[in-house]
Design a protein around this ligand. Structure first.
Ligand SMILES: Nc1ncnc2c1ncn2[C@@H]1O[C@H](COP(=O)(O)OP(=O)(O)OP(=O)(O)O)[C@@H](O)[C@H]1O
Ligand code: SF4
Ligand SMILES: [Mg+2]
Length: 346
C-alpha cells in the first residue's frame, strides 16, 4: 500500500493545511470541567508558499504548538489534511518516512532541552549529515564548518558543549542542525521566546539570511506579535483553536480587522511610556477577563466571551471568512454579509 505521495517537481504549496482538527482526551488546563475532550485545534487552514514565512501568533493555549506538532507528525490529528514539502502527511501510517523527517525540520524554544548535553556542537550538527546523506570524515567536517559559519558561529564552537554557549548561540546551533538536513520547511516553535530582546532580533535576522540563501520556508510560531511581524511575510492569528484572521504581516499589524488581533496589538510594547502604561492596564484587563480554559466552543466565535463588539449571533455560529482590504481575510460577524441564522429569524 502506498501511503505517501511526494512531488518531485518542487512546485505547488510548501505547506497546505485544511480543516485541521486536534482534540485531546481530558482537559489539562481545566480538569474540573466535564471530562471529555479539549478541542486544541478546531478546523484550521494554513498555507505557506515555497520560501515564505508564515507567522502563527496567539496567546498561550491557543493551539499553536499543537498545530506545529501535527505538521511535524509528532501527533496524529483527528481530522483534516496536511500537505507539506510534497508529502501527504495525513496519509502516513505509524512510520513517518525518513524523507519527510529530512524535508521538514523543527526548531524549538529551549535549545538546551533539545541539544544532547553529552555531545559537542560539531557532533550535534554532524549527526543529520551522517543520517540523511551518509557523510563521513573530512567531507562531513567541512560541511559542519560551513554550517556553523552560515549561522554566525566560529569554527572553535564545534568543540564546545551546549552548556558552554549562550542561549542565542545554542539557538544558532539548533538552526544549523536543522539546515544540515537541507529541509524545504522549518517549523519554528517559539524559537526566540527564551532569548533577550537584542538577541531575538539577531536570530530573526539570521533566519531571514538563511531563507534568502537557501529558499527554505518557515512556519514561525510565537505568542509575541512584534517578533512575529519582524519574522514573517504573512501572519495567521489563532485564538482558542481557531484561526480568526490572516493576511500580510504589515496589514495585520497596521490595520487589524479582528477584535482579538487588536487586543494582541495592544499587548505589543510601545516605546512611549504613557502608552506603555495604557497597554499594561489593557493586558491586565484581558488576562483577568479570560484565562484561556482548555476547551474551545465548537460552534460560536471563540472570542465571544471577551469581545467588546459581541452580538447575539456571535455565540452561536463561527463567522464566515470575509476578505479584508489590504489583503487576507477575517472571521468576524462585524464584517461581510449580515449573518442569517435561525436565531436571527426569530
Ligand atoms: N497533551 C495534551 N493533553 C491535553 N491537553 C493538551 C495537550 N497538549 C495541549 N493541550 C491543550 O491544548 C490547548 C492548546 O495547547 P498548545 O500547547 O497547542 O497551545 P500554544 O498556543 O502552543 O500555547 P503556548 O503559547 O503556551 O505554547 C491547551 O488548552 C492545552 O492545555
Ligand atoms: S464574531 Fe462577534 S464576538 Fe467574535 S470577534 Fe467578531 S464581533 Fe466579536
Ligand atoms: Mg506552544
Amino acid at each position: 500500500m502506498t501511503t505517501t505521495t511526494q512531488s518531485t517537481t518542487g512546485t505547488g504549496p510548501l505547506l497546505r493545511v485544511r480543516n485541521l482538527t486536534v482534540t485531546f482526551t481530558g482537559n489539562r488546563s481545566a480538569p474540573w470541567r466535564r471530562p471529555g475532550t479539549t478541542v486544541a485545534v478546531n478546523d484550521i487552514d494554513l498555507d505557506v508558499a515555497p520560501g515564505e514565512t508564515l507567522g502563527l501568533v496567539g496567546e498561550s493555549g491557543s493551539g499553536k504548538s499543537t498545530t506545529a506538532r501535527a505538521i511535524l507528525r509528532l501527533l496524529r490529528p483527528d481530522g483534516g489534511t496536511i500537505e507539506a514539502a510534497g508529502f501527504q502527511v495525513d496519509s502516513f501510517g505509524r512510520r513517518v518516512p525518513a524523507a519527510y523527517r529530512r524535508a521538514v525540520q523543527a526548531v524549538f524554544q529551549d535549545p538546551l532541552g533539545s541539544l544532547d548535553p553529552t555531545k559537542v556542537i560539531g557532533d550535534i550538527v554532524a549527526e543529520p549529515l551522517a543520517i540523511h546523506f551518509g557523510l563521513r570524515g573530512p567531507e562531513r567536517d567541512r560541511r559542519v564548518a560551513g554550517l556553523l559559519d552560515q549561522v554566525g558561529l566560529a569554527a572553535h564552537h564545534a568543540r564546545r558543549y551546549p552548556y558552554e554557549l549562550s542561549g542565542g548561540q545554542r539557538q544558532r546551533v539548533s538552526i544549523a542542525r536543522a539546515l544540515a538536513a537541507e529541509p524545504r520547511l522549518i517549523v519554528l516553535d517559539e524559537p526566540v521566546s527564551a532569548l533577550d530582546v537584542s538577541v531575538q532580533s539577531q536570530v530573526v535576522n539570521l533566519l531571514e539570511d538563511v531563507r534568502e540563501r537557501t529558499g527554505v520556508g518557515y512556519l514561525f510560531v510565537a505568542h509575541d506579535l512584534a517578533v512575529v511581524r519582524h519574522a514573517s511575510d504573512r501572519i495567521a492569528v489563532m485564538y482558542r483553536g481557531r484561526v480568526v484572521e490572516e493576511g500580510p504581516a504589515d496589514r495585520i499589524c497596521e490595520q487589524p480587522a479582528h477584535p482579538y488581533t487588536e487586543a494582541l496589538l495592544a499587548a505589543v510594547p510601545d516605546p512611549d511610556p504613557a502608552r506603555q502604561r495604557l497597554q499594561r492596564a489593557r493586558r491586565r484587563e484581558l488576562s483577568a477577563a479570560a484565562p484561556v480554559p482548555g476547551g474551545v466552543s465548537a460552534s460560536g466565535c471563540p472570542f465571544a466571551a471577551r469581545c467588546p463588539h459581541r452580538m447575539p449571533v456571535c455565540a452561536d455560529s463561527f463567522p464566515e471568512w470575509t476578505p479584508v482590504t489590504g489583503g487576507g481575510r477575517v472571521a468576524c460577524h462585524l464584517y461581510g454579509e449580515p449573518p442569517t441564522t435561525p436565531e436571527d429569524a426569530r
